[in-house]
Design a protein around this ligand. Structure first.
Ligand SMILES: Nc1ncnc2c1ncn2[C@@H]1O[C@H](COP(=O)(O)OP(=O)(O)OP(=O)(O)O)[C@@H](O)[C@H]1O
Length: 588
């Protein structure tokens, strides 16, 4: 099972990008160190140049440049400040570059983890998934987590260093005032945590609103033809609009309160800074702190605002990350297909294999037993048929044969090897399951046939010919490059089935299962098609699931399934003579 995502994993992913992490930390700190002396430089000139108390800065500049004129000292100081700022600008740009790389990598890794998990999700879980909701989670929630990563790598170290640096300078200037100010910082952070928790709840509601909206819109568009044919567009779109309103409400609520939270922290820090500014004036009046130093102190006090704000913002963003992680984990909790190790390959170096179900039972999640102690055998190269009334369990047999669902009891074997020793990918590579309703991409005929694999035109046409679709494809203006529309909407039911059969031929399987795959064709066309496929199916074990007895005449052996059990079995003639099946009977 995929491990759930956690903040620990988040940190590991950040620290795992060593080069980028140290580069962003280095450049962030370098930029901070360059900015740190700036608030001091110009105020020092007040004391040393205006108030006539020559000090270290003017002494250094005069001896270095051999000129102690006031205009010169001011000019050099301004140039020095500009150079420091320019240096910080260059380093900050470098820092952003590496921070963006880290952030985007975290997004990618998170999406990779979700997609990798979904790729192997078991079918019973897949049935419950709403694709719109999944899309919303892989986009919005991943963005939520990565924006915290972005805020963290770009501001945590530089803001902390700035805070420590400013604190050190202030302590040096006036330790009483500095200590008073610094003691307040933990309270600021605690305040931000409370605000973050409150906005986190609102953000959760906003995420949910987007998720439901995406689900509704997605499903309505997927089933648009059905919706329109039932004249239900108004109702469906009204539901989507309601949800759109909920997004508006939730977003206003979150957006407004998140802005209030940000401003509250700004208001708090600014008020505290104003109080300390006033205290600074009092300190100058009652101590030996110079006017220049007091101005420098006030500049540092203002400069303190930025790292404190950034750290408070980080705390709020951290709280908002939790709902995003929870929702991502809801996807990672979906159960996955069983992993069978690939120990034996019964399909290797053989034309086809036998297929056996020994005493197999099965129940879907939350439902009663659908298959009960089924025994079926298709010998190597044999053509068997499964018939039976609707809901008797025929398609379920087909699906457990390719491991789409896990059988509960008994054994399923290919050439005597249980599927647990073959591995699901190997089975699906060699056993083709053709459904009544094949699914198609809104792409060209070629893409739908080859599924983007390199296959020569000659082979494609051979398959089309066998599937009795070549004449139709050749009659199209763009031939193989013709687009077939959403899920093949531009094709008739029969054309779609023939396209699926051509795809099946190209995939060259060793065992073929037709699950009502030709039911959309009329008796005559179906008969012709099986005749054409005779050569293709001759060397392959074939299982045909059908309602119509006409479809199964060609089978070597027939099983009648009723209520999940084998009710009768034998050749067509045997079953016919026993009265189990009748000519042209439709069991559906
Ligand atoms: N994914 C599922 N989850 C739960 N129950 C299911 C699922 N698929 C099928 N069933 C149930 O299992 C039973 C057997 O269904 P199955 O599709 O295998 O029948 P069938 O013989 O192929 O029917 P038909 O000829 O109509 O296609 C039915 O009662 C059906 O409701």
């Amino acid at each position: 099972m995929t491990k759930l995502y956690s903040l620990k994993r988040f940190w590991q992913q950040i620290l795992g990008q060593k080069k980028e992490f140290w580069a962003t930390t280095f450049y962030g700190m370098a930029a901070t160190l360059l900015l740190l002396p700036i608030p001091m430089l110009i105020p020092l000139l007040i004391d040393e140049v205006l108030l006539g108390h020559p000090g270290k800065l003017t002494a250094f500049l005069s001896t270095t440049f051999g000129n102690s004129e006031t205009w010169f000292l001011v000019l050099v100081t301004v140039i020095l400040v500009a150079i420091l700022r320019m240096g910080a600008f260059v380093f900050s740009n470098q820092q952003s570059f590496y921070a963006i790389k880290i952030t985007q990598r975290i997004s990618y890794l998170l999406r990779h983890r979700i997609l990798h998990h979904l790729e192997r999700v078991c079918l019973s879980e897949y049935e419950t998934l709403k694709s719109g909701g999944v899309v919303s989670k892989t986009i919005q929630d991943v963005t939520g987590v990565s924006s915290f990563a972005s805020a963290f790598v770009s501001s945590f170290f530089s803001s902390t260093l700035m805070l420590i640096g400013i604190a050190a300078v202030m302590l040096w200037m006036n330790w009483v005032l500095a200590l008073l100010i610094l003691f307040l910082n933990p309270f600021f952070l605690a305040f931000s945590k409370v605000l973050g928790k409150k906005t986190g709840e609102l953000l959760r509601r906003q995420y949910k609103a987007y998720e439901v909206y995406n689900e509704l819109l997605n499903e309505t568009l997927e089933l648009f033809i059905q919706v329109r044919a039932s004249n239900q567009e108004k109702n469906f779109f009204a539901l989507i609009l309601d949800q759109s309103k909920e997004i508006e409400n939730a977003s206003i609520d979150y957006g407004h309160k998140a802005a209030v939270a940000q401003r509250s922290s700004g208001l708090l820090t600014n008020t505290v800074i104003d109080i300390f500014r006033a205290l600074g004036v009092v300190v100058v009046a009652y101590s030996d702190l110079s006017v220049g130093m007091m101005i420098a102190f006030l500049f540092y006090l203002s400069a303190l605002n930025s790292p404190v704000q950034q750290l408070m913002g980080l705390m709020i963003s951290y709280q908002n990350t939790k709902p995003a992680i929870e929702r991502i984990n809801a996807l990672l909790k979906l159960k996955q297909e069983p992993h069978y190790p690939h120990e034996k390959n019964p399909f290797e170096n053989v034309l086809t294999t036998s297929v056996t179900l020994k005493d197999v039972s099965f129940a879907y999640q939350y439902s009663n037993e659908v298959l009960s102690h089924i025994n079926i055998e298709a010998k190597s190269g044999q053509k068997i048929a499964l018939i039976g009334p609707s809901g008797s369990g025929k398609s379920t047999i087909a699906q457990i044969l390719v491991g789409l669902y896990r059988h509960k009891g008994g054994e399923i074997c290919y050439n005597g090897v249980p599927i647990e020793q073959i591995g699901l990918p190997v089975i699906r590579e060699n056993v083709a399951l053709m459904l009544q309703e094949s699914l198609f991409f809104n792409e060209t005929i070629r893409m739908n046939l080859t599924l983007s694999k390199e296959i020569s035109d000659e082979k494609i046409h051979e398959a089309l010919r066998a599937a009795k679709l070549e004449t139709f494809v050749l009659s199209l203006e763009n031939g193989l490059e013709s687009r077939i529309g959403k899920n093949g909407i531009r094709l008739s039911g029969g054309q779609k089935q023939r396209l699926a059969i051509a795809r099946l031929i190209l995939s060259n399987p060793k065992v073929v299962i037709f699950d009502e795959a030709t039911s959309a064709l009329d008796n005559e066309t179906e008969h012709q098609l099986y005749e054409t496929l005779e050569q293709f199916l001759k060397e392959r074990t074939t299982i045909i699931i059908a309602h119509r007895t006409t479809t199964i005449k060609q089978a070597d052996y027939i099983y009648l399934i009723e209520e999940g059990r084998v009710k009768a079995e034998g050749s067509y003639e045997e079953l016919f003579s026993r009265g189990v099946i009748k000519e042209d009977m439709d069991l559906g």
